[in-house]
Design a protein around this ligand. Structure first.
Ligand SMILES: Cc1cc2nc3c(=O)[nH]c(=O)nc-3n(C[C@H](O)[C@H](O)[C@H](O)COP(=O)(O)OP(=O)(O)OC[C@H]3O[C@@H](n4cnc5c(N)ncnc54)[C@H](O)[C@@H]3O)c2cc1C
Ligand code: FES
Length: 255
């Protein structure tokens, strides 16, 4: 199914540092707001020399006409993005991709690092019903806790160094959590190794699991084939158009 999308010049309303190397970019969302669904992304044209291709960022919030994305500075595009200010213009192509299936009544959201960004809009859409298990390297990386707090039912935290929550990975806390609470779907976004671990535990507990995949993208529209992935039935899928959200068993399988 082809979903409606727009390429809009949008005014920047805020570009604020919220963590080590992480910024919240808020733009005037215009018509994008009504179209955006949790799990979809914006392909952003960053107005800077030598940044020709658009860069994809998950839609984290759509509130009162404002659309927010969170980005970590990883290279030249995101570094250039930090220099933009209130009143500057960026072109947003979106909303792109297929988002999460929202049928769950008792959802658990599991996010690692920047993977928490798209899970924020998902948590909001569940209107306080979703539990969130979040993991990061240390306390500083989990500034997300305060951002999620108004929208989550309960928040569970792991850090690699034990500076906040339980020491270890989300995959270590998950079996414990599943032993104590009933969930009918797990939604996960973050490093692939984490999502694979989460999906495996979900399968062992017979809980459906949706994963949001990442790959370098060029067109973002399904035309260039730079983002294809293999699926269990042998079909090759485009992460930008058929995903980025997939059912775990379709994309994480033994080859
Ligand atoms: C669907 C989707 C949603 C995303 N959402 C977010 C988000 O909400 N917040 C966020 O911070 N990042 C997100 N990313 C990753 C983000 O797009 C890249 O970090 C960004 O494009 C890097 O641009 P750059 O010019 O700064 O880095 P570059 O100079 O292009 O590359 C720097 C480094 O980042 C790696 N990289 C570049 N693009 C990607 C990519 N698409 N996926 C993984 N690694 C990449 C490169 O391999 C390289 O190591 C998302 C990616 C996808 C595919
Ligand atoms: S980025 Fe071009 S097909 Fe996905």
């Amino acid at each position: 199914m082809t979903l409606p999308k727009l390429a809009l010049d949008t005014e920047i309303l805020g570009n604020t540092k919220v963590g080590d190397d992480v910024y919240a970019l808020t733009v005037h969302g215009g018509a994008l707001i009504d179209l955006a669904k949790p799990g979809q992304f914006i392909h952003l044209q960053i107005p800077a020399e030598n940044v020709f291709l658009r860069r994809p960022f998950g839609i984290a919030d759509t509130d009162e006409g404002k659309l927010t994305m969170y980005y970590r500075v990883t290279g030249k595009g995101t570094r250039a993005l930090t220099g933009l200010q209130h009143g500057d213009t960026v072109n947003c192509l979106g909303p792109l991709g297929n988002g999460f299936s929202l049928s769950s009544k008792r959802p658990l959201l599991v996010g690692g690092g920047m993977g928490l960004a798209p899970l924020l809009l998902l948590a909001k859409s569940f209107q306080g019903e979703a539990d969130v298990l979040m993991g990061g390297r240390n306390q500083a990386e989990l500034f997300w806790k305060d951002i999620f707090a108004p929208y989550a039912h309960e928040i569970f935290i792991t850090t690699d160094d034990g500076s906040l929550g339980v020491r270890g990975f989300t995959t270590e806390l998950l079996p414990d959590l599943l032993g104590k609470r009933k969930y009918d779907c797990i939604y996960t976004c973050g490093p692939e190794i984490m999502m694979r671990g989460i999906a495996k535990i979900a399968a062992q507990h017979d809980i459906p699991c949706q994963v949001s995949l990442e790959k370098r993208m060029a067109c973002g529209l399904g035309a260039c084939l730079s983002c294809v992935c293999d699926t269990a039935n042998g079909e090759r899928k485009k992460i930008c158009k058929d995903g980025p959200v997939f059912w775990a068993q379709d994309v994480f399988f033994e080859k």
